[in-house]
Design a protein around this ligand. Structure first.
Ligand SMILES: [Cu+2]
Length: 124
């Protein structure tokens, strides 16, 4: 009986490991607007970030900084009420230059992920 139980436990554990991908997926950055590494001709009024999973708004944030390290986002990032995978952060009026985006999100599966990228405003 004991053996049967441990086999059952082993099978249950194996089932966990081979469970469908979503259980193990985290919220990674899928794409953004302005796009990662892109050069845009005009200063965008906001930065939009789409993730691979729905986010917990209270624990998800984005900062955008200019070359000098000054924060240029206008207020905190907000999760789009119509799309829980999307973060929107308003931007102050930006001059041409390179901007660094740092994001840190908590997805609904309670996993935290973070990353950074740059985009440029100006001559493409
Ligand atoms: Cu996860």
């Amino acid at each position: 009986m004991k053996t049967t139980r441990s086999i059952a436990a082993a099978l249950a554990l194996a089932a966990l490991f081979f469970a469908p991908a979503p259980i193990w997926a985290h919220a990674f950055l899928d794409h953004s607007d302005p796009a990662v590494g892109s050069t845009v001709p005009a200063a965008p009024a906001a930065l939009n970030l789409w993730f691979t999973q729905e986010l917990e708004p209270a624990f998800s944030w984005v900062t955008v900084t200019d070359k000098s390290g000054a924060t240029v986002n206008d207020g905190s990032a907000a999760v789009d009420p119509n799309d829980q995978t999307k973060l929107i952060v308003k931007l102050k009026p930006l001059d041409p230059g390179t901007y660094t985006v740092k994001w840190h999100v908590l997805s609904v599966d309670t996993h935290t992920t973070e990353g950074d990228f740059t985009f440029q405003i100006g001559k493409g």
